[in-house]
Design a protein around this ligand. Structure first.
Ligand code: NAD
Length: 335
């Protein structure tokens, strides 16, 4: 058995070695390149492949993979947008992903964004850069006693709820499918509007379904408390960025912590020489505000998460090859 991996980063290699030590019977090989027509030949003698990429998986390359006799594909992340499932059905592939690698990674990052805003860390950073080491008058606020509104209480949102409760916040949550654990704690309200009306801090943890694009638009913001803050570590498209910028300008919204942005592909994971080179007007309008913290879609990026992405994808690929039930099979018959 041989598993070939594409798109391998330096930080994944140690975990790959660790996994290999536990499975010496499997040959593994990898490239840092992504999977496409130019690189498919690298997997010629493999029996399974493991991918991680945001670019599409070309049908022509998948056909070649099939012709090589590879039928097991695993991805090391959640996202499956790059596949046309018809290609996978036509070439009889089985597929796994890693839908849950560390909800705590994102929940802790969310908490960090809240704390950094409430304790005015960007302003302290500026003061320190200015050799001003004073605390007055940069007074902060506490999570304890605040009402935290959580939209979406799945894997990540439910961890955020537990952290917030442990910190003394009142949690109000809305989910189209409430979970029994949080239901027993009585945190749910019946609508998004109720969360908007009550939250001092609003945090989003839903996927980006078509109906939820711009869930937080000017109308939703108008229903929020004056001076509320908004956190988004879910998907950029959930917020109408222009409406958020207007609300920050007017003071209606007192702060925003954003790990994801509508136009993040234009800026995140890129290195520019200076700000002039950055063309995205929304990003520039949000940058360098004392009350906005932007992180480059890094909430997931912890050693625990990367370990789990490597281990779960590799183990599932091996299980499929041994005709055992994988932990995270993907049904490629649904579109
Ligand atoms: P999940 O599927 O476990 O939970 C999502 C929850 O949202 C579900 O309970 C669902 O019922 C609920 N929901 C869906 N639509 C809703 C709506 N319109 N109103 C209210 N509730 C709704 O997902 P998860 O693993 O917790 O991920 C949550 C979000 O975090 C996703 O958008 C995911 O893409 C994102 N994410 C971000 C990062 C990052 O690095 N920033 C990493 C992983 C996941």
């Amino acid at each position: 058995m041989k598993i070939y991996l594409y798109g391998v980063r330096e930080d994944e290699k140690g975990y790959l070695k660790e996994w290999h030590n536990a499975h010496p019977e499997v040959t593994i090989d990898y490239t840092n390149q992504i999977f496409n027509d130019d690189t498919v030949d690298l997997a010629k003698d493999a029996t399974g492949v493991v991918f991680l990429q945001t670019q599409p998986y070309p049908r022509t390359a998948l056909k070649k993979l099939h012709d090589f006799g590879v039928s097991k594909i695993s991805v090391r992340n959640v996202g499956l947008d790059g596949f046309d499932f018809k290609d996978l059905r036509d070439y009889k592939f089985s597929l796994t992903n890693v839908p849950v690698y560390s909800p705590n990674a994102i929940a802790e990052h969310t908490t960090g964004l809240m704390l950094r805003l409430l304790r005015r860390v960007p302003e302290f950073d500026k003061k320190f850069n200015n050799t001003d080491f004073s605390w007055f008058p940069t007074i902060g606020e506490e999570i304890n006693g605040k009402t935290v509104g959580i939209v979406g209480t799945g894997h990540i949102g439910s961890v955020v709820a537990r952290i917030m409760m442990a910190m003394g916040a009142k949690v109000v949550a809305y989910d189209i499918k409430p979970n029994p654990y949080l239901e027993n704690l009585g945190v749910y309200v019946d609508s998004l509007d109720e969360v908007l009306a009550q939250a001092d801090i609003l945090t989003l943890h839903t996927p980006l379904a078509k109906r939820d694009v711009h869930m937080i638009d000017a109308d939703a913001i108008s229903k929020m408390k004056d001076g509320a803050i908004i956190i988004n570590a879910a998907r950029g498209g959930l917020i109408d960025t222009d409406a958020l910028i207007a609300a920050l300008d007017s003071g209606k919204i007192a702060g925003a912590g954003l790990d994801v942005l509508e136009t993040e592909n234009d800026v995140f994971q890129k290195k520019f020489n200076n700000l002039e080179e950055v063309k995205d007007p929304q990003f520039k309008a949000l940058l360098n505000r004392d009350n906005v913290i932007i992180t480059p879609h890094t909430a997931f990026y912890t050693t625990t998460a990367v370990h789990n992405m490597v281990f779960d994808s590799m183990t599932d690929n091996l299980k499929m090859q041994k005709n055992e039930q994988p932990k995270y099979p993907v049904d490629i018959n649904v579109e």
